[in-house]
Design a protein around this ligand. Structure first.
Ligand code: SF4
Length: 236
């Protein structure tokens, strides 16, 4: 075979390979693989969105009112309002939309004070939670880790008892945890729940300040998952 023929054959084989690769179906990616592929891009996007949003001072007077409030219940109500004010501009650039209820199927830690407020709004009496945590009882890092595990134990995949038709039925009274969970991606891919495997990481806005303030505002409260205060099967 001459060199010319070898070159022609090689070119032909390459062309066949190109056609075959175009015809071959894309391998089907499962949800977990799609989420893993998305995460780096979503994390970078979240950071750039936060730079664009910049600081917002709307929440500050509400936080100050929370600090000045005389009772723990008043502190919590002001804190809930501050959390909504803080989240509003972030939600405008995030992925969260009305009718999307992924975050109503994950653990939602609330305090006994928030449970009372929710119970009053919904006409339900909260029950004594079976898996409650008290801050005063946490004296070591191991205690904190065990408490976090306990609080995360019952929520994943279970709908919140106040979720009705993919809408929050107590929206005006929802806890701080619900007001501060904002996915900064462009869509809900990372919030979706795979049946097999752990939930994906989601580029949520950093709400640690609100979590810390919520703990400090009601340090004597019990904390538990919302479903522990209001069992799902007890929902009207
Ligand atoms: S209280 Fe409302 S927003 Fe929060 S998890 Fe329940 S249904 Fe969702």
């Amino acid at each position: 075979m001459s060199l010319t023929m070898v070159a022609a054959e090689a070119a032909h084989l390459k062309q066949e390979a190109r056609v075959a690769s175009r015809a071959a179906p894309e391998p089907e990616l499962g949800l977990a693989a799609l989420q893993r592929a998305r995460l780096p891009e979503a994390t970078a996007l979240a950071e750039s969105k936060l730079r664009f949003v910049g600081p917002d001072d709307t929440a500050k007077p509400l936080l100050a009112a929370s600090v000045r409030a005389r009772t723990a219940t008043q502190r919590v109500v002001w804190l809930q309002r501050a959390a909504s004010a803080w989240a509003r501009p972030i939600e405008e650039v995030g992925a969260c939309r009305g009718g999307c209820a992924h975050c109503c199927h994950v653990p939602v830690t609330i305090s006994s004070i928030e449970a009372d407020l929710l119970g009053r709004a919904a006409g339900r009496v909260p029950q004594r939670p079976e898996h409650a945590v008290r801050l005063a009882a946490l004296s070591s890092e191991e205690d904190v880790t065990a408490a976090q595990t306990l609080l995360q134990a019952i929520g994943t995949g279970l709908p919140c008892p106040f979720l009705q038709g993919n809408r929050c039925s107590v929206y005006e009274h929802r806890p701080v945890a619900c007001r501060t969970l904002v996915n900064l991606d462009d869509d809900d891919l990372l919030c979706r729940h795979a049946d097999d495997g752990p939930p994906a990481s989601v580029p949520y806005a950093d709400a640690r300040m609100f979590r810390a303030l919520a703990l400090a505002a009601q340090a004597g409260s019990e904390f538990a998952d919302i479903r522990d205060f209001f069992p799902v099967n007890g929902c009207a």
